[in-house]
Design a protein around this ligand. Structure first.
Ligand SMILES: *[C@@H]1O[C@H](CO)[C@@H](O)[C@H](O)[C@H]1NC(C)=O
Ligand SMILES: *[C@@H]1O[C@H](CO)[C@@H](O)[C@H](O)[C@H]1NC(C)=O
Length: 200
């Protein structure tokens, strides 16, 4: 959600009110307990889309929570379009989130396409990613297609980045499910509440 500049500046004045801070703090703690996976609060995009309305990047943030592959339920970038790198990106609809960990379900039997992948948390949508590298698959051997990656970092974007191609098609990203666990940052929740008051 983007608010007009005038509204934003009025909000920042109201956000300094200490009584309000205490009030909203309670609300935040309740909402964090109720909601750990933050992917309902944003949208996904990817470098290319394999098949029209199929293989949509948002398939990866919707159930089923599984490695089973189908173009209707997984994301899939085009084969061999950009030989340098493919990526999948999640953007929070609010300013910042504190990300604790990321869970990935990659396409079953395609670990070789996941080989060498990287996960970043960033504050910009720049590609190649410019931010905090949470994890890089650098071990010899293929990665586990189901991974939980700790990453204690504040950011606005989570980027799955793969510059390691298979021999035939170059880099391809096929994510069947991604959960991004963490907390909406305190300050933002406070301002969300105030903006809600302004609008009602
Ligand atoms: C994003 O910005 C916040 C606030 O300035 C900062 O604390 C955080 O470290 C930044 N995250 C990254 C990945 O650069
Ligand atoms: C792969 O990850 C899953 C889920 O975390 C785990 O149950 C399984 O044992 C792992 N397999 C290997 C070979 O590490």
């Amino acid at each position: 959600m983007v608010y007009p500049m005038k509204v934003v500046s009025r909000l920042s004045v109201r956000c300094n009110n200490m009584l309000l801070v205490m009030l909203i703090h309670t609300i935040l703690q309740l909402s964090v307990t109720a909601q750990k996976n933050l992917t309902p609060f944003g949208i996904a995009s990817q470098s290319t889309v394999y098949g029209g309305t199929l293989s949509n990047p948002n398939n990866a943030i919707l159930p089923p929570i599984s490695n089973d592959f189908d173009l209707n339920i997984c994301s899939h970038t085009k084969d061999g379009i950009d030989p340098s790198a493919d990526w999948w990106m999640f953007q929070f609809s609010f300013e910042l989130a504190y990300i604790t960990d990321i869970t990935i379900y990659y396409r079953t039997e395609f670990a070789y396409r996941m080989d060498g992948f990287k996960i970043y948390v960033t504050n910009t949508s720049a590609i190649p990613p410019n931010g905090y590298l949470c994890y890089e698959d650098s071990d010899p051997g293929l990665p586990n297609i189901t991974q939980n990656i700790p990453c204690y970092e504040l950011g606005k974007y989570v980027i799955y980045y793969d510059a390691t191609g298979d021999e035939l098609y170059g880099p391809v990203v096929e994510l069947c499910y991604v959960a991004i666990n963490g907390e909406i940052t305190f300050e933002y929740t406070m301002c969300m509440h105030i903006s809600h008051n302004y609008r009602t």
